[in-house]
Design a protein around this ligand. Structure first.
Ligand code: 13P
Ligand code: SF4
Length: 367
């Protein structure tokens, strides 16, 4: 496992840019026979330990396949949370980033939640420290607090609602319809997109995803000229100019659905390139093109891969199952406080799916 230190820009509480440092680790490359053997070992361990693998679309393709082959799930962050909560297994192994493991533990305190590497974090989580966020909330007591899933348990403990990119529009629309003013954190691009779509009064924290923030509108325009019939699919953590060029804006699940159901032959995909694995499996005849993350003079045209998602590998998955390493703990009372906003979101989305009009009836959790 090679350690890599990288710099990224984050915003402090006053919205000032500052450079922060973060560690990422790159799992050692494996030969095909090693991968096959580790995959078989992991499958046997999952069964022996009554464990289920809950994976995100951005992780290594072998982990995604393993999750599906062993009765687990590969999905967006909303469905990961729901699946882990509802599954009977006593151990959840979460292949993704730390907030996903924490959400699983918050919702299922009686289960053991393991992660291949506990250092797999997220720039949105790192860019929203709980103490600075608490001060921001304290300064605006008239606003309902809505936080994105990509935050720590302590930040969620301050929130009225948690949202993911697949339900943020519905939840904020319903809050706006009730006349509620919103304090939003931490992703400024997703927040701006939701604000523009709903017209809600939203005060924003100033965070960003280091992966999606790199997509470049100008370069995307040039790529579109070369592929005029391609559909452009964009995750809403991307900058405004990129979102404005999209044919479809949505969560990872929504973007996969767009490729599967779309009439076009070519798709330009502006999100982490780990998603291409599942898109290729589900839409084998379609042509997928990675959206550009760098300008003309750059040597790397698309480096759209989250360094923390990349820390999940077959070897550390086997290690955590064998030794019980990488266990997630969330202290009480933070856990109980954080559970409220996640459960409210899950109740809201379940009711929406079941066809309850406009969601926020008192029965499903006005905060
Ligand atoms: P989704 O909820 O769309 O899966 O996104 C999670 C994430 O971290 C995107 O960068
Ligand atoms: Fe966080 Fe971005 Fe990585 Fe998603 S892709 S986990 S938002 S840093």
């Amino acid at each position: 496992m090679e350690q890599v230190l990288f710099d990224y820009t984050r915003q402090d509480a006053e919205g000032q840019s500052c450079t922060a440092h973060a560690w990422a680790k790159v799992p050692a490359p494996l030969k095909q026979d090693e991968r096959t053997a580790l995959k078989a070992r992991a499958a046997a361990l999952l069964k022996a330990k009554n464990a289920v693998l809950v994976a995100h679309y951005y992780v290594d393709g072998d982990l995604q396949d393993l999750a599906l082959e062993t009765g687990g799930i590969v999905s967006d962050s909303l469905e990961m949370a729901r699946f882990g909560r509802d599954h009977a297994a006593q151990t959840l192994v979460v292949a993704g980033v730390r907030f996903m493991g924490e959400s699983a533990k918050i919702l299922s305190p009686e289960k053991r939640v393991l992660m291949p590497d506990l250092d797999a974090t997220c720039s949105l989580d790192l860019g929203c420290p709980a103490d600075e966020f608490a001060a921001f909330c304290d300064a605006h007591p008239d606003r309902k607090v809505v936080v994105y899933a990509n935050t720590s348990a302590a930040v969620k403990a301050r929130a009225d609602w948690m949202v993911t990119s697949s339900c943020a529009l519905d939840i904020v629309s319903a809050m706006h319809a009730r006349g509620e003013k919103i304090l939003w954190a931490p992703d400024r691009h997703l927040g701006r997109y939701i604000q523009e779509q709903t017209g809600a009064d939203m005060l924003m924290w100033n965070g960003a995803c280091i992966v999606h923030d790199e997509f470049k509108g100008l370069e995307l325009e040039l790529l579109r000229e070369q592929h005029p019939d391609a559909m452009i699919l964009v995750h809403p953590e991307s900058p405004k100019k990129v979102v404005e060029m999209a044919d479809v804006v949505g969560s990872t699940s929504a973007l996969i659905k767009a490729v599967v159901e779309g009439a076009a032959q070519e798709y330009i995909v502006a999100t982490d390139n780990g998603i291409l694995h599942r898109m290729r499996q589900l839409a084998p005849g379609k042509t997928l093109i990675e959206a550009p993350t760098a300008g003309n003079s750059a040597t790397c045209k698309s480096c759209a891969h989250c360094p923390w998602m990349a820390m999940n590998g077959l070897q550390n998955l086997v290690d955590c199952l064998e030794t019980g390493s990488g266990e997630i703990f969330v202290e009480e009372p933070i856990r109980t406080q954080a559970a409220g906003c996640i459960e409210r979101m899950l109740d809201f989305t379940a009711a929406l799916k079941a066809g309850v009009k406009s969601g926020m009836t008192p029965g499903i959790g006005a905060a």
